[in-house]
Each structure stands twice: as C-alpha cells, then as structure tokens.
Design a protein around this ligand. Structure first.
Ligand SMILES: CC(C)(COP(=O)(O)OP(=O)(O)OC[C@H]1O[C@@H](n2cnc3c(N)ncnc32)[C@H](O)[C@@H]1OP(=O)(O)O)[C@@H](O)C(=O)NCCC(=O)NCCS
Length: 181
C-alpha cells in the first residue's frame, strides 16, 4: 500500500472529554458502519456509541485537529480488571474499538492512535498488547501487522455465529517489539 503515511503534526491525541462522549461515539459507529459487508447490528451500535461507559471503565483516547474536531477514537484497556478486557491474560493490556472518521482515514491517524496505545502499554509494564478484529477489517490488520502484532488463533472466538473474532497480540517483552507502527 505504498510508504507509510507520515505522522500528522496537526493531530493531537488526548483523553476524551465528557462533552465529547456523544460525538466520539457517533464517530466510532460511523467508522464501523463504513466497513464492507454491513455486519453491524443495533445492539452492537449502541455498545460502540457508549463512550461515556467506556471512559469510566477503561481509557478512551481521541485524535483531534487544532480546533478540537474529533478525527478518531480508541479504547485502551490497561489490564484484566476492566470489564472491557475480553480474553485478556494477566499482565496484558488491550485495545478496543479503534476507529477513524471515514472522511479522515488514510492520513496516518489510525497508526498514531495505535502507537499511543503501544506506548501506554509499554509505560505501564504490560507484557503484551491484545486485541480482537474481524476478517473484514483489512486496513486495521495492515496496521497491526506493520506494528509487529501476530495472530494468536487459539484466542479467536465467536460472540455470535456470523462474527468471527480474530485475535492479535503484540509481545512487549521481545527486544525490538512495539517499534514504529
Ligand atoms: C482501521 C482504521 C482505524 C485505520 O485508520 P486510518 O486513519 O485510515 O489509518 P492510517 O491512515 O494510519 O493507515 C491506514 C493503513 O491501512 C492501509 N489500508 C487502507 N485500506 C486498506 C485495505 N483495504 N487493505 C489493506 N490495507 C489498507 C493504508 O494504505 C494505510 O497503510 P500505509 O500507510 O502502510 O499505506 C480505520 O480504517 C477504521 O476506522 N476502520 C473501521 C473500524 C475498524 O476496522 N477498526 C478496527 C477494530 S479491530
């Protein structure tokens, strides 16, 4: 897909603010709705939209431009004590619901959000960073593989029959891992 996009100096990543919960939730819903295949459901969209809950139970980070327009959002799950830690193992952190506004995709914002999560996990001494994805999230797989994540199929699962979840893990203990994403 060509050379990786440069990091955009005009994009800041910071914790979501309470007044942004609704907008960030709508952004995540829109990003997932734009995926090929129409796999969303009203229940899952309600869950994606609920940034207020995620920000209480995990860490929600947003990417914003200089006038605070929301461009992207990710949920960082520090450890297994969070209700958002799904099949996460002791010592690991996790990522949930990475999303970039469809109009702003392809500018390196997803890579920046991923980079921050890797840094957060590393700073807190996590042994690995874990996540689930679906087969139709091709851009996300590209980012994860470029950042050094590997598939761990033994941790795949299916919350509902038509949604196979693919497990990816970044080993943060291996030398040289978690390099530029
Ligand atoms: C995944 C997502 C967050 C990436 O955001 P983004 O800001 O567009 O990401 P970036 O611009 O940093 O990088 C996108 C990379 O994917 C590549 N890409 C885009 N579409 C692709 C596709 N269909 N197949 C493979 N790679 C693809 C781009 O070329 C780019 O890689 P490059 O810089 O090496 O060329 C965004 O696509 C999104 O919101 N998707 C919907 C939600 C989702 O799938 N979330 C993942 C949850 S596990």
């Amino acid at each position: 897909m060509g050379a990786p996009a440069e990091q955009d100096p005009l994009v800041t990543i910071r914790p979501v603010r309470p007044g942004e919960h609704e907008g960030a939730g709508a952004l995540v819903v829109a990003a997932y709705a734009a995926l090929p295949g129409g796999h969303s459901s009203p229940d899952y969209e309600r869950e994606l939209a609920d940034v207020a809950r995620r920000s209480k139970e995990a860490e929600v980070l947003v990417a914003v431009d200089p006038d605070d327009t929301l461009l992207g959002c990710v949920t960082f799950v520090p450890d297994t004590t969070s209700p958002w830690a799904e099949l996460v193992e002791e010592g690991e952190s996790a990522i949930r619901m990475l999303a970039v506004d469809p109009a702003s995709q392809g500018r390196g914002i997803g890579r920046q959000l991923l980079r921050i999560c890797i840094d957060r996990a590393r700073e807190r001494g996590s042994v690995g960073l874990f996540l689930h994805s679906t087969p139709w999230m091709a851009a996300a797989h590209h980012l994860y593989e470029q950042a050094g994540f590997v598939r761990v199929p033994e941790r795949d699962w299916r919350p509902v029959p038509d949604v196979p979840l693919m497990a990816y893990r970044l080993d943060l203990m291996a030398p040289g891992r978690g390099g530029p994403a």
